[in-house]
Design a protein around this ligand. Sequence first.
Ligand code: PGA
Ligand code: ZN
Length: 426
Amino acid sequence: MKTGIKRVDALEILDSRGHPTLEVDVELEGGWTGRAAVPAGASTGSHEARELRDGGPRYGGRGVSRAVAAVTGELARAVRGVDALDQPGLDRVLVEADGTRRKERLGANSLLGVSLAAARAGARAKGLPLYRRLAELAGKERPILPVPQLNVINGGRHADNGLQVQEFMIMPGGASSFAEALRWAAEVYHSLRELLRRGGHTVNVGDEGGFAPGLRTDEEALEVLVRSIQAAGLAPGRDVSLALDAAASEFFQDGRYRPTGRPEGLTAGEMIELYRTWADAYPVISLEDGLAEDDWEGWVELTSRLGGRLQLVGDDLFVTDPERLEQGLRRGAANAILIKVNQIGTLTETLHTLALAERRGCPAVISHRSGETGDTFIADLAVGTAAGQIKTGAPCRGERVAKYNRLLRIEAEAGGQLGYGLPAEG
Ligand code: PGA
Ligand code: ZN
């Protein structure tokens, strides 16, 4: 069998924050190869699959030499000879080799590297661009270019300023192609830079390429975003809307929400009221992790109060896990899901969660992590699965721009055959 796996290799490389991560190579018997690098989060949800890290003095404990050994040892032996074109079968072998619920034995980083590298090798063996191969695996006939959520102002755990919201994003949903959307986003990004500068702020960038200005309040950030959309000659709310990721698990303590500067804390109800005032005053259409990962009651209230007018995205809430998504949809908590491949650990499980979301009419946003590499797998994943949305940072920093550039390339090579935007209903 020429598409059986012949060789698996791994290397400890650096991610965009200078922390180690894994790069995995897979070679098939017929000579086709695939390579993938694994991303890593900073504001990770407590229900995510676990990364395997070394501990000890190397790299402040973050080394991945044990994960390299897991890939080149146990996992390589388990997958040798397995057909790379049978992605579900291959991923099952990986999951069973680990044998734990959260993949803590061999590490979700180890499993994911092999899973994604094998998918790339499989696409090469079939002579398909990766997004076409992923569309095949997802059973999709109509791949589509996603609407990007570009994180242009960084706060929370991704910056050292007073902003409670971790990510202030722009969504150029009114564009007619991905290329136009990205141009608009870059133009807004530059007018934002100019406005911040004129306001006496630094324009240093945070982990995801957004500016990390010393703004005092979230409202100030929303205000300057609206002005920068207008300054770029675009209409807020029609051409370009706003999306937020509060990453609220990060400031939830002892039953209350305690963002910087609010030590007394807020209840879930007060947080929801705050979000309502923002949705009234600004063109916000999407809110991710508005409440904490285990505040199910709060989420149900949030969804019943604002779910009719906002996309309420569960990131730490769902962690790409079909069981948590199922639970959320049953209770009426959130109405959309963030999809991060390393939260669950294999491609097949990711596709499984996406399929469940689609069956339930729950929109999905394919996402990077704050720690990234030049790997562009998620760009192809967003197109191939026709998810309709992607968030992969600002139009700045090589590891973010690499994904956007890959989307430009896919759109150009398809010669106008692929649509742009949210998938059609039904
Ligand atoms: P992370 O943050 O990659 O640092 O976890 C991204 C997010 O919360 O969406
Ligand atoms: Zn998030």
